[in-house]
Design a protein around this ligand. Structure first.
Ligand SMILES: Cc1ncc(COP(=O)(O)O)c(C=O)c1O
Length: 230
């Protein structure tokens, strides 16, 4: 068998997918061919086998430890990348409010815009309560502070959605929206999850695209999305 390829440790600051350490990639290459001496790769065995289930459970436990995820939140992995997260946030939050609550969207760039468009496509009741273009000469480029939008308990919102780091338009929230009781904060952290410490307890629902940050986006991977759910 040829020796595993290697490379100079690169410096790379792409806004989307993150670098992975070379030894992690080499281990992944080995595990794709022969996982733990099974004679088969991890992508070839049943996704319900003990070995595959152990990988998922261990990853969840490690993530809980790393991010200090409280017991109030469930961790689950889904296929479909960030865009599927837009649909699942809207449809699940609507279902969680028993069809009564609306989504309040803060639109600050192309990803939060796509997310509200997905909610509209699914006929989930929602409103854009802040559009950054209205505050920056028709262009994205700013994020709201808490004085820039209003959301009250009487508005019948069940969740408020933000994209915490707009990868394309390069804006990131420095403070989280303060919301009335009963309105859950839902956030897309696809491009900044695990880049800094976050207080998970502040979020009702959080999507983080592990495929952008911690695995390979070009690999169809069941670990592509992490949703934390109260
Ligand atoms: C912040 C953010 N949200 C969502 C997405 C969409 O992810 P996907 O391309 O996996 O659908 C991206 C992709 O780069 C992103 O940067």
């Amino acid at each position: 068998m040829p020796a595993l390829p290697t490379r100079e440790e690169p410096n790379y600051f792409g806004a989307g997918p993150a670098l992975l350490p070379i030894d992690v990639l080499q281990q992944a290459a080995c595990d794709l061919i022969n996982y733990k001496g099974l004679g088969l790769g991890i992508g070839e065995i049943s996704h319900r086998s003990k070995e595959a289930t152990d990988v998922i459970n261990k990853t969840k436990a490690n993530l809980r430890k790393l991010m200090n995820i409280p017991d109030t939140h469930e961790v689950f992995f889904m296929q479909g990348g960030g865009t599927t997260g837009f649909s699942s946030v809207a449809s699940n939050m609507f279902a969680a409010s028993h069809g009564k609550g609306k989504g309040a969207y803060l639109v600050t760039g192309s990803w939060s815009l796509k997310s509200v468009q997905e909610a509209q496509r699914l006929n989930v009741p929602c409103e854009i309560i802040y559009n950054a273009k209205d505050h920056n000469h028709g262009k994205f480029g700013v994020v709201p502070s808490n004085n820039d939008f209003k959301i009250t308990a009487e508005d019948n919102f069940s969740y408020c959605y933000i994209c915490e780091n707009e990868t394309v338009h390069g804006v990131e929230y420095q403070e989280l929206p303060v919301l009335p009781a009963g309105v859950e904060l839902c956030a897309d952290l696809s491009s900044d999850i695990l880049s800094r410490k976050i207080d998970v307890s502040k979020y009702g629902h959080l999507i983080g695209q592990l495929s952008l940050r911690t695995t390979l986006p070009t690999t169809p991977s069941p670990f592509s999305l992490c949703t934390l759910w109260i």
